[in-house]
Every structure is written in structure tokens, then in C-alpha cells.
Design a protein around this ligand. Structure first.
Ligand code: COA
Ligand code: AMP
Length: 632
């Protein structure tokens, strides 16, 4: 148990959140500095820095120009195209000013939404910052998502403009984005006024009446004139990032400007140990929260250098790709998901690819996005010879809930645990009745309100769902959706989701979306998707499907299964990675009709299932057991 700097900082954050975050806020340039730190008058709706104003893009770019205009802000490294480029802070500012000017010229004003559907190219970062500059709200949609997911996001965010690129490049193929985008817009009720398309030479998109070429867009007189930073309230939205819940309708996480800037800047110094002028390499994608926070905003708010890496951990060209990047750009910190390390370990078990690269700058590897299994932890620690720091968080929080805040105080690392609560977060384990459980006992991981700055104050346009999904289960607490325990030293152990949300290769996916895609097939009467253990990806989805009466599984089953796999790929996206579909005669349910996904998941993973007393027909489960777990 710490008695040192971590403990002092943590205790201060809980005893006096106003004082603690008021102090942290001094690292941000405000237009109207905060006079009030926290508005807690309307729980569970808390607002940080009400009344204060700022511009996030100003803090990420303009404020650094005097001191670091010539410092590289973004290195772009794309082994899938062979391209490399470096942009100084002054160059990024110039690009962003232009794009922001062009957007303003197209009529985008403060509060308007702009969807960004792009691969890992620097223009994706320019797009986010350009929106922030004019107070528009960006909503980045991960490039691996297909039309159904896009349409759901377009209908919720109602963007005036969509910024996109003609294709993404995967090691095995070029992925044209335009057909997905056109279909997504076709399916959505809301239509954007304009689509700006970055043409990439690997696959140029055919342009339609709504489409404008990116290069023309940023050459217009409005772009030439550029846009200055627009003053926004600390509580105004910077972005909406959709994340998966249990249902097919994604949740629009609302991120404010002020709390976000304060928290991310604080996290860089105290959790990730990155100082101005240093380089951070986050191997994720701007479509995920890790990308928003630690590829884009936190490094730039810090005056650090970030890396936009368009490649994979393996196969582009080999399992040494990450170590090359760390070495070539002198990164002090690297951040990725455990699944990426497992992929590297599988290709290069001896870690021989680490040798030959100068990693003398490299101080720490941070891993998040899914549980860090002890094997992966030990391998990375041994092969890289640096501390490996697990950190646990969610799209909802935007930055870590639990981590080893090594720059405050390097606490001992316990493999299997993301360490202790980060200052600002009061994590407790509750039982079904809402009682706090003692050390070592597993239950629902909850966080006592208020959540610290930077976390979501609500869901975009949906206060009701914010309350019903997260705040209603245990009044006064935020329900994380994860289960686990805290040990006697205060170390948190996150064991997995307690709901039906899937985590495939660190990507959060909804069972509901995949089920909706399956259910849309004409032969499907009923279906259920469960996430089963996978050594590489953590989890993989499996589908169980009941066919409509009269359809013969023996003669048509194989064709239908293939069509279902293809359907999920074209509706939800390849990233869902659904490969296994089983045709069954019935699904296990409770008497009220709820499908027992968790029970099936436990069977498939070889555990003894918890069978609820309310099961409708236990025979269905008995019949499914050999299908779910053939060794039994
Ligand atoms: N655009 C289009 N398609 C994409 C895509 C994108 N941005 N990202 C992934 N896909 C496709 C892939 O090409 C693949 O298609 P395939 O079925 O035709 O091969 C499919 O989606 C699954 O991709 P992926 O999850 O990347 O699996 P993989 O088997 O290709 O690679 C790993 C496995 C472990 C190497 C990979 O998942 C990985 O790098 N994971 C890191 C996860 C991560 O960064 N998570 C972010 C949270 S920190
Ligand atoms: P996302 O919102 O996509 O970041 O996914 C968040 C979910 O990923 C969490 O609710 C956890 O289930 C899981 N997760 C993220 N980081 C960790 C971690 N370090 N350990 C265990 N699970 C994690």
C-alpha cells in the first residue's frame, strides 16, 4: 500500500476535487479561466469548469508555436503504402487552419457535427483538430465499420459534412471506403450536405453530386483565408464517439472541451510520463478512444510528438514493425493493446526482432483495451526490458480509471492487475444489492460519483439513456459494465464484461449489431451472438442461429452459414471477425424470453455455467452443450 506521492495525490483528489482539478487546470490556456471547478448541483449530471471558455485546438497547436513551431508534431509512417512524412507544429497548424477555413466556408458553425470516416492518415488528425478549431463536433467512425454501423452513427449525430478518404489499406487488400459510405448515407434518414473525399492513389473513388475533392476543398478561397479559433464553453462538446452497448444502437459518448483538456494533460505527466518535446507512439486507430486520447489530443496538448502509424503489429512487414517505429522516432513511450503483443509473440516467440533496434530512449510500454493476461505481460517485460504498465479504462471515461501512475510514484506491478485507482476515480466493488464488497470479493465494478474531468457528462442527445444505462443500477455510482475485485493493497482486477458487450482484438463490439445483421437474413428465425475466448484476439464472436420453419438445415445449412458470415462482414464490418455460425433448433431462454448468452458463453469457454433458476427449458441447454464445447 502506497504512503508516498501516489497516495497523497489520490487522497487530495478525493478530499478536495475542486482544489485538485483547479490546480491541474492551470496547465491549460483558457480564454475565460475557470472560477468554478465542479457544478454538482444536478446529479448524476456533473459539469466540470462551468462558465470557463477555451479552444482545444488552440491548446493543441497555436499555444506551442512560439516555443516549438519547428518541432515535429506528427510523424506519419505507413508501411502499407511505403509513405513517410513528418509535420512540424507550424505545418500542422497551417493544414488545420486551411481545413477549418474550408469547413467554415461550407457553412459549418459551432455545434455542427462532422463525421470523420478515415484510415490512419495525417488528414484524419487534421480533420479532428479543424473541427475543434471552429467549435464543430467531430464524430470519428472507425474505418473497419460497414454501412449499418455508419448509418446508425449518421442518424444519431446528424452531420452537416462528412470527411472521408477513398480507401483504407489493409495488408491483404485495399478497402474502398466510398461504397460503404454511399450505402451508409443511402440507408440513413439524415443526409449530410457535403462529403469531402481524400483521394488516395491506391483506389480513387467515383465522385457523386454531393462529393468534393479534399485537395480542391482545401484550396478554396475560404481555406486560403483560414479559420481562427472559436471560443467554446468548457462544457460544450468537443466530440461524440460512438461505442457499443448491448443493443444494436451505439451510444454516443459526449466529450466536453474543458475537462477533457485538463484530464488528458494531467494524465500525460502523471500516468504516461511524457514531457513536452518527447515522442509517444500509440499503435491504435483514431476511430477508437485510445486513438482520440493518445494519438491525437494528449500528445498535442502536451507539446509532444505523436505518430500516425498505418500498419499492423505483424505482417507490415514483420513482427519487428513496432520496435522499428519506437527506435526510428525515438519514442519514450509506446501504447497498444495486449492482442497486438500476442500477435507479435506468436510470430516471434524469442523476441529476436527486438534486437537490432536502438531502444535506448524507450522507457515504458503501456497496454490497454482488454485484460492483460500474465503470460503476455511477462513476455513483453522480458523481451523489451522496460516496465509494462496495464491500464484500464473505457470510451466513456476517455482516460485511465486504474493504472500505475509511475511518474507520481512507481508502485510495484502485479501481473493481471492494472494497479490502483487513478486520482479522481473512487472505484468500489458492489454486490447485486448495491452493498460494497470487501477486498478479494468479485462483483460489479462501479465508480462513485462524481467522475473526474474528461469523463462523459452524458450521452449525446440522450440524458435518459445515460441514466438508465449507467447511473440507475446503483444510485450515486457509475456502472462500468466490468466485473472484478480489489485486493487488500487496493489493486483492481478487471475480469471481463458483465453485460453482453464483446471485446475482439481490443475492439469493442455489440452483440446486438451482429445479431441485427444475422436476423436480417431471410432464413433466420432467431439468433444469439456470444463472445468466446480466443488466444490471440481475447474474444471471438460465435453465432447460434435458429432457421425459420420449413428451411432444411441439412441441405441448405452450409450455404446459409456462408451467407451469414458474409452478411456480418458487409453490414457490421470485417473487424467483427465472425467466422463460426452454428445452426441449432432452439436457444436457451428465461421464462420471460431473455436469451441466456452468459450461460452459453461460460459453457463455450469450458467453465461450469451459472444456470438461472428462471430458465424456461433446461433441455435446450443440455442439447447445446456439445455444440458450444465439443470436448465435453
Ligand atoms: N478498415 C478496414 N478493414 C479493417 C480495418 C480498417 N481500419 N481494421 C481491420 N480491418 C479488417 C482486417 O483487414 C481484417 O479483415 P480480414 O478478415 O479480411 O482479414 C478484419 O478487419 C479483422 O481485423 P483485425 O482485428 O485487425 O484482425 P487481424 O486478424 O487482421 O489482425 C491483430 C490481428 C491482433 C494483429 C490486430 O487485431 C491488431 O493489430 N490489433 C490491435 C488492436 C488495437 O489496436 N485495438 C485498439 C484499442 S487499443
Ligand atoms: P473501450 O470502450 O472500447 O475502450 O472498451 C472498454 C472495455 O475494454 C472495458 O469496459 C473493459 O471490458 C475492457 N478493458 C479495457 N482496458 C482493460 C484492461 N486494462 N483490463 C481489462 N479490461 C480492459
Amino acid at each position: 500500500m502506497s504512503t508516498g506521492a501516489y497516495r497523497k495525490s489520490y487522497d487530495a483528489s478525493i478530499a478536495d476535487p475542486q482544489g485538485f482539478w483547479g490546480e491541474a487546470a492551470k496547465d491549460i490556456d483558457w480564454i475565460t479561466p475557470p472560477t468554478q471547478v465542479l457544478d454538482d448541483s444536478n446529479p448524476p449530471f456533473y459539469r466540470w469548469f462551468p462558465g470557463a471558455t477555451l479552444n482545444t485546438c488552440y491548446n493543441a497547436l497555436d499555444r506551442h508555436i512560439a516555443e516549438r513551431g519547428d518541432q515535429v508534431a506528427i510523424h506519419y509512417d505507413s508501411p502499407v503504402t511505403g509513405a513517410k512524412a513528418s509535420y512540424t507544429y507550424a505545418e500542422v497548424l497551417s493544414e488545420v487552419r486551411r481545413l477549418a477555413g474550408a469547413l467554415a466556408g461550407a457553412g459549418v458553425v459551432k455545434g455542427d457535427r462532422v463525421v470523420v470516416y478515415m484510415p490512419m492518415v495525417p488528414e484524419a488528425v487534421f480533420a479532428m483538430l479543424a473541427c475543434a478549431r471552429i467549435g464543430a463536433v467531430h464524430s470519428v467512425v472507425f474505418g473497419g465499420f460497414a454501412p449499418a454501423e455508419l448509418a446508425a452513427r449518421i442518424d444519431d449525430a446528424k452531420p452537416k459534412v462528412i470527411l472521408s478518404a477513398s480507401c483504407g489499406i489493409e495488408p491483404s487488400r485495399v478497402v474502398p471506403y466510398k461504397p460503404f459510405l454511399d450505402e451508409g448515407i443511402e440507408r440513413s434518414e439524415h443526409k449530410p450536405e457535403l462529403v469531402v473525399m481524400l483521394q488516395r492513389e491506391q483506389c480513387e473513388a467515383a465522385m457523386g453530386p454531393r462529393d468534393v475533392d479534399w485537395r480542391e476543398f482545401v484550396s478554396s478561397p475560404a481555406a486560403e483565408a483560414g479559420a481562427d479559433c472559436v471560443e467554446v464553453a468548457a462544457t460544450d462538446p468537443l466530440y461524440i464517439l460512438y461505442t457499443s452497448g448491448t443493443t444494436g444502437k451505439p451510444k454516443g459518448i459526449y466529450r466536453d472541451n474543458g475537462g477533457h483538456a485538463v484530464a488528458l494533460r494531467w494524465s500525460m505527466r502523471n500516468i504516461y510520463g511524457v514531457e513536452p518535446g518527447e515522442t509517444m507512439f500509440t499503435a491504435s486507430d483514431v476511430g477508437w478512444v485510445v486513438g482520440h486520447s493518445y494519438i491525437v489530443y494528449a500528445p498535442l496538448l502536451t507539446g509532444a510528438t505523436t505518430i500516425v502509424y498505418e500498419g499492423k503489429p505483424v505482417g507490415t512487414p514483420d513482427a519487428g514493425a513496432f520496435w522499428r517505429i519506437v527506435s526510428e522516432y525515438g519514442a519514450v513511450t509506446m501504447f497498444t493493446a495486449p492482442t497486438a503483443i500476442r500477435a507479435i509473440k506468436r510470430e516471434d516467440p524469442e523476441g529476436s526482432k527486438v534486437e537490432g533496434y536502438d531502444l535506448s530512449h524507450f522507457k515504458t510500454l503501456y497496454l490497454a483495451g482488454e485484460r492483460l493476461d500474465p503470460d503476455t505481460y511477462h513476455w513483453a517485460h522480458e523481451k523489451l526490458g522496460v516496465p509494462v504498465v496495464d491500464n484500464w479504462w473505457q470510451t466513456e471515461t476517455g482516460w485511465p480509471i486504474a493504472a500505475n501512475c509511475r511518474s507520481l510514484e512507481a508502485l510495484p506491478i502485479k501481473p493481471g492487475s492494472p494497479s490502483v485507482c487513478v486520482p479522481g476515480y473512487q472505484v468500489e466493488i458492489l454486490d447485486a444489492m448495491g452493498e460494497k464488497l470487501p477486498a478479494g470479493q468479485e462483483g460489479a465494478i462501479c465508480i462513485k460519483l462524481p467522475l473526474p474531468p474528461g469523463t462523459f457528462p452524458t450521452l449525446y442527445n440522450d440524458d435518459e439513456r445515460f441514466v438508465s444505462s449507467y447511473m440507475a443500477a446503483y444510485p450515486g455510482y457509475y456502472l462500468t459494465g466490468d466485473g472484478g475485485y480489489i485486493d487488500e493493497d487496493g489493486y483492481v482486477y478487471v475480469m471481463g464484461r458483465t453485460d453482453d458487450v464483446l471485446n475482439v482484438a481490443g475492439h469493442r463490439l455489440s452483440t446486438g449489431s451482429i445479431e441485427a445483421a444475422l436476423a436480417g437474413h431471410e432464413a433466420v428465425a432467431e439468433c444469439a451472438v456470444i463472445g468466446v475466448h480466443d488466444d490471440l484476439k481475447g474474444q471471438l464472436p460465435r453465432a447460434l442461429v435458429v432457421l425459420k420453419a420449413g428451411i432444411d438445415a441439412a441441405s441448405q445449412g452450409e450455404r446459409i452459414k456462408k451467407e451469414l458470415v458474409a452478411r456480418v462482414r458487409s453490414e457490421v464490418g470485417a473487424v467483427a471477425a465472425l467466422r463460426q455460425v452454428d445452426i441449432v433448433t432452439a436457444l436457451p431462454k428465461t421464462r420471460s424470453g431473455k436469451i441466456l448468452r452468459k450461460t452459453m458463453r461460460e459453457i463455450a469457454d469450458g467453465h461450469t455455467p451459472v444456470v438461472p433458476a428462471t430458465i424456461e427449458d433446461v433441455n435446450v441447454l443440455t442439447m447445446l452443450t456439445p455444440i458450444l464445447h465439443p470436448e465435453d
